[in-house]
Design a protein around this ligand. Structure first.
Ligand code: DX5
Ligand code: ZN
Length: 231
């Protein structure tokens, strides 16, 4: 088990973490891509794990993650877009992946959230699809270290940002303020320089970026420009 300190992490990246999603990286050159991501100043590596069942796409799984985990000092979050996060989540947790995130649409009940938390024995996140309504923000904040607000329908990189998720980001950020806790409020899907401003203004403190990061030539420049949005 790895002891990942959310507060220290957020402090170390100045209140805004950039998490490139390697789904959009050059898989034929993955080790070098990871190294370039770290040298460019990214804060976290986002791993999009898809099973072709919960989402209509298959990406990569444990063997690939195992091959890159030692290629970087950056923490990683595994976004499990899979129907059985209990079975496969543990495999990633055993590899010392810092945060394991499952979808609320899969682990819908609170007792299941708690089971997930206990079984992963590491920091845990909850991902929420664009159309999924949230009834009790406080309860989610209390039970998870990271909230992954999907701003596209999961399955593919390079989709268009869905602005109707902005109030959800605001509600999570306000709830953290209200109850006086720090959580990672991460937004995933269609993030670029324009949409970054919208989600940062709504209260996000982590941005997952696929195409806007790996589709550009200069990784350092994109990180610098994203940080300027925050200022
Ligand atoms: C979508 C994935 C995202 C995706 C982000 O299913 O969860 O992490 O790779 O890619 P962009 O930033 O290109 O939308
Ligand atoms: Zn993702």
């Amino acid at each position: 088990m790895i002891n990942f300190d959310i507060n220290k992490f957020l402090e170390s990246c100045g209140g805004l973490a950039v998490a490139p999603s390697i789904l959009a990286a050059d898989f034929s050159n993955l080790g070098a891509e990871i190294e370039a991501t770290e040298s460019a100043g990214a804060d976290m590596i986002h791993l999009d794990i898809m099973d072709g069942h919960f989402v209509p796409n298959i990406s990569f799984g444990p063997p690939v993650v195992r091959s890159i985990v030692d290629k970087t000092n950056l923490p990683m979050d595994a976004h499990l877009m899979i129907s059985d996060p209990f079975e496969y989540g543990k495999i990633f947790a055993d590899m010392d992946i810092e945060i394991i995130t499952a979808h609320i649409e899969v682990i819908g009940r609170i007792d299941q959230w708690q089971k997930f938390r206990c079984e992963m024995n590491t920091s845990v996140g909850l991902a929420i699809n664009p159309e999924t309504e949230i009834e009790d923000y406080e309860r989610i904040i209390e039970n998870f270290d990271l909230i992954l607000i999907m701003s596209v329908h999961p399955g593919f990189a390079g989709q268009k940002f869905i602005p109707s998720v902005l109030p959800k980001i605001e509600n999570f950020a306000n709830t953290c303020e209200k109850i006086g806790v720090k959580r990672i409020i991460s937004v995933d899907g269609g993030i670029n320089l324009e949409t970054a401003k919208l989600v940062i203004d709504a209260g996000a403190n982590m941005l997952v970026m696929g195409k806007a990061f790996y589709g550009g030539k200069n990784y350092e420049e994109i990180i610098r420009k994203i940080r300027e949005v925050k200022i």
